[in-house]
Design a protein around this ligand. Structure first.
Ligand SMILES: *Cc1c(COP(=O)(O)O)cnc(C)c1O
Length: 349
């Protein structure tokens, strides 16, 4: 097939553009374990300044930034509170137990979002011999499993009020926090006031090939740097990849609004298909929908694959589409045509 593959599986599949590659090629570099890489330092300082936090730490993945933040803010016999479908719990290989020796209190959220009242009710009595000590609350914004849902600033504020009153730390898994900021118009500076640590991914919607940054106070980042080293995440001339992240922060944030518009458009088309039972509300770039029971997911995905379109299975009868930097309006037209031509035979099979 001469037409390009349309990959809606994830926003991690983007390839660097020629302009991003050019920025990488030109990056001044040094040994970052010696803290001598100017491009890594610039990326860390730029991201930290955006959120009004003191310092940043460039890491290979969002899993690493999350797990470092959890380890730095807990100890064995501690407990972490998060939503039951949180990435830190569900999709990081049980890393909370493995790296931190901490247990996890899971809360059922509203499309991935938890409330201040739920958090407060889950906090353990202090130093009770039977219980772990609650130390940390993790929020995820946007929520991946929740279909790209966003927290209101009010809920974040209320949760931060609870964590402060109980002397707990508050971490944000902000793999897609720029999507949340663009969609809601909230300010990154305010996030810096409420969260003790924030993990941002550069390799999702921002389109960089690799990398995440952990943000926090100088003391937290100092501690985190040793944890990164023991996990094997100290990198040398990492400026070449940090340059891609820096380019992404400077050029690819505002355009996330295009991804959100295209996701809305897909949602509208899906709602009109007889073989779609339900589409979760679309707030950002994730579109999660449930196929009618008569429509086997395998047949649906095969039909798309035949048209050069890839999507992810996301649970029983559930499918996920993700819009990103490498999806344009012409591709969207092809997806709409493919959705309109799902064979009736497959529906009744
Ligand atoms: C992708 C993602 C991460 C980090 O994933 P890596 O592949 O390790 O970079 C963390 N949290 C959420 C919500 C994610 O979607």
């Amino acid at each position: 097939m001469s037409e390009p593959i349309i990959d809606l599986r994830s926003d991690t599949v983007t390839r660097p553009t020629p302009a991003m590659l050019e920025a990488m090629f030109r990056a001044p570099v040094g040994d970052d374990v010696y803290e001598e890489d100017p491009t890594v330092r610039e990326l860390e300082a730029t991201a930290a300044a955006q959120f009004g936090l003191e310092a940043g730490l460039f890491c290979p993945s969002g899993t690493m930034t999350n797990q470092i933040a959890i380890k730095a803010q807990t100890e064995p016999l501690a407990e972490v509170i998060c939503e039951q479908t949180a990435h830190v719990y569900l999709w990081e290989v049980g890393g909370i137990a493995f790296h931190s020796g901490a247990s996890t209190a899971l809360l059922p959220g509203d499309r991935g979002r938890i409330s201040a009242a739920q958090v407060e009710a889950a906090i353990r009595p202090v130093h009770n011999v039977h219980y772990p000590d609650t130390r940390l609350v993790c929020l995820e914004n946007t929520s991946n499993r929740g279909g790209g849902s966003c927290y209101s600033l009010e809920s974040i504020q209320q949760i931060a009020e609870v964590t402060r009153r109980h002397s707990l730390s508050l971490h944000l898994d902000g793999a897609r926090v720029y999507n949340a900021l663009v969609a809601t118009g909230q300010s990154a500076q305010e996030y810096g006031e409420y969260f003790d640590s924030i993990s941002v991914c550069l390799s999702k919607g921002l389109g960089a090939p690799v990398g995440s940054v952990l943000l926090g106070s100088k003391a937290l980042i100092q501690k985190s740097k040793r944890i990164r080293k023991v996990m094997g995440g100290g990198m040398r001339q990492a400026g070449y990849i940090a340059a891609a992240g820096l380019y992404a922060l400077q050029n690819n944030v505002a355009r996330l609004a295009d991804d959100h518009r295209r996701a809305q458009q897909l949602s509208t088309v899906l709602q009109n298909q007889p073989y779609v039972a339900e589409v979760l509300p679309v707030e950002t770039n994730l579109v999660i929908f449930r196929l009618a029971n008569e429509m086997p997911p395998k047949a649906f995905l095969e039909h798309l694959e035949e048209q050069g379109i890839r999507a992810s299975s996301f649970g029983p009868q559930m499918i996920r589409f993700v819009t990103h930097l490498d999806i344009d309006d012409a591709m969207l037209t092809r997806v709409e045509a493919a959705l309109a031509s799902v064979p009736v035979a497959a529906v009744s099979a």
